[in-house]
Design a protein around this ligand. Structure first.
Ligand code: BGC
Length: 349
């Protein structure tokens, strides 16, 4: 079968290659992949900066954001042929750490987890895969292949869940939220903020293209430029770009008892001149929290499924700005100016 694969850590090796049919040892459920979403992590893997092949293999099949249709499922699995499903990205480490042992693989402490399409297991950018039912999430048929947005939504559902836990340390009624970056992660973070009844502001660099309208149609406020020019004092900031200067500007802008959640993975080796004394003082005197959030466990996929079900399908459809058929796979991994979420279609289903 066809798959988009790379030799991890070697730039220029991405290709549409042939992979053997998925082994039965991967699980009893056989799924036909309909589409995969492309994200910054895929581009980093293609650039040779990230990624691990499965043990004993040279190439890794990409794709960790997916939507598929069940072809075969064992009786009693809760799944049946025809169901729309999304595969979870992370698997707990084989000798589970205390978090992995209780299903919190997103909080793995020893780094020995695997991630489909990223770390030591083939991903979903292949025509078929086999999997165990406990790592599949069913998607409402009404959502159709917009379910490809479930994985990125699970990442922000986790971020929001963590923000709530942190906020619960004291009496806290957040009102103003700032999301930095109006890419898919920023937009989906804003969607959940609006669904929580908060006043959401989204900041991005661009002043044209689809992003300003997508934000406005959520009922959120769009800003372009830098954080100080928004004049906001947010209770919550979701940083969705990984740009270092935004992280420090956000720390400076936050209201007292503010919570800043970092979700963007940045490139190493970028330095900034900062006044560490001033930042420390400000954080201490205002009880601020800055924390990082990655990945998602099953509870977050379920929360994400609810968020997508509540969102209008026409808004979600506009988040997918480009669909590329498998035959022209390279185009899916080449950024274009008005891209929001690009999806590679593996099957015309
Ligand atoms: C994925 C996460 C993953 C992270 C780090 C992100 O792009 O959405 O599931 O944990 O990369 O590998």
């Amino acid at each position: 079968m066809r798959a988009v694969t790379v030799v991890p850590l070697k730039a220029g090796t991405a290709g549409l290659t042939d992979l053997p049919e998925p082994p039965s040892s991967d699980g009893p459920v056989l799924v036909q992949t309909l589409a995969v979403g492309v994200c910054g992590t895929d581009l980093e893997i293609i650039a040779g900066d990230y990624g691990w092949a499965p043990p004993g293999e040279e190439r890794l099949a990409l794709g960790h954001e997916s939507i598929g249709r069940v072809l075969e499922a064992p009786e009693g699995s809760g799944l049946a042929a025809g169901d729309l499903v999304v595969g979870i990205v992370r698997r707990p480490d084989p000798l589970p750490c205390p978090n992995c042992a209780v299903g919190q693989w997103d909080m793995c402490r020893n780094g020995n987890y695997t991630e489909w399409g990223i770390k030591a297991h083939h991903g979903y950018a292949r025509e078929r895969y086999r999997i165990t039912p406990d790592f599949l999430v069913k998607v409402a048929p009404e959502l159709g292949d917009l379910g490809v947005l479930l994985e990125p939504t699970s990442v922000v559902a986790k971020a929001w869940d963590q923000i709530s836990h942190i906020g619960a340390r004291a009496n806290w009624s957040p009102e103003i939220v700032l999301v930095t970056g109006a890419g898919p992660i920023g937009l989906l973070a804003a969607l959940i903020g609006v669904q929580r009844g908060l006043q959401v502001h989204v900041l991005d660099q661009v002043s044209s293209g689809p992003k300003p309208q997508l934000v406005a149609d959520l009922g959120a406020t769009y800003h372009h430029g830098d954080i100080p020019s928004t004049k906001l004092a947010p209770d919550v900031v979701l940083e969705c770009t990984g740009v270092g200067s935004l992280v420090f500007d956000a720390m400076d802008a936050m209201a007292a008892n503010g919570v800043l959640c970092l979700t963007g993975v940045s490139a190493k080796g970028r330095s900034l001149g900062i006044d560490a004394g001033e930042i420390n003082r400000h954080m201490v005197l205002e009880n601020d929290v800055v924390f990082g959030s990655v990945n998602a466990n099953r509870s977050h996929y379920e929360a994400a499924a609810e968020a997508l079900a509540k969102a209008g399908p026409s808004w979600l459809a506009r988040v997918i700005s480009r669909r590329v058929p498998l035959e022209r796979w390279q185009e899916a991994y080449q950024r274009q100016p008005d891209d929001v979420k690009v999806v590679l279609q593996l099957s015309g289903d």
